[in-house]
Design a protein around this ligand. Sequence first.
Ligand code: PBG
Length: 317
Amino acid sequence: MTTNIRMQRYRRSEAMRRFSQEIQVTESDFIAPLFVREGIDTPEPVGSLPGVTQWPVAMIADQAKTLQSNGVEAVILFGIPLAKDAEGSASYDSNGVIQTAIRNIKKACPDMLVIADCCLCEYTDHGHCGLMKDGELQTDDTVVLLGRIAVSYADAGVDIVAPSGMMDGMVSGIRSALDESNHGLVSIMSYAVKYASAFYGPFRDAAGSGDGFHGDRKHHQMQPAQRQEAIREAELDVLEGADFLIVKPASIYQDIIRDIVETVDVPVVAYHVSGEYAMIKAAAAQGIVDETEAFDEVHLGLKRSGVSKIISYTRSL
Ligand code: PBG
């Protein structure tokens, strides 16, 4: 021994380990995804996401109450409409599935923070995240629609709008639309750094956005090889007025999370996505890992990387 320092002193007992713990994960760190589906009367479990359910609109307020009694303070809503068309017109209907869900949750639990995903992919019959013309994404026209969706959510009482389509200019377009309609205090949580990932598969099942979808999202989502570009995406969204940034997927992109936390001065949120969740569930079901320990470790890792909040299906109902 060249020194009398023994690192194992910190680890000697459970009490000592707890006493020296640097990072804590608590229920208020989580945002629970909730899927709301129009036209069903009973809950439908999502096959590819064990533990996650599509809820009828009429049951959503009760789910929010249950989550609140579990200690969850924020939800992110995804809608599955009955009818889809080329323009995704059900997305901005003031009586649409999300708008109704927002009103119902806010009425039943005014303290629950409600975030709503703002994208066209669940509402278009072609499944793309934006308007299409001759096989090409129409980004600028899509941004106008996203503004319209955001205003309809704000009218229903949403706290935070979360644009997830990686459309250039979406944050500034939504910010102007909200401000012009007197919703200057509604926040934007932008999916600023979203990679074209193999790990979104189960979500497309849960959100019904995979039906009829052919192709990929590589024209607008980032290539996994990029690091510098992620910082630029994050900085741009902050400049455009984003109040929170999302990085997704989460666990395989913790280097990126760290870069962004160190670069921008808005809270960063990790989205532990459907594929990341489903893999742990599958491994646990086969006895390969302990489910609770595995998820706890992932969540600690994300907090250690510096995120403020974690979107996790472990908090879904
Ligand atoms: C798009 C959206 C997606 C996810 C969240 N919002 C899917 C996609 O881009 O294909 C993925 C979330 C997950 O996999 O858990 N509205």
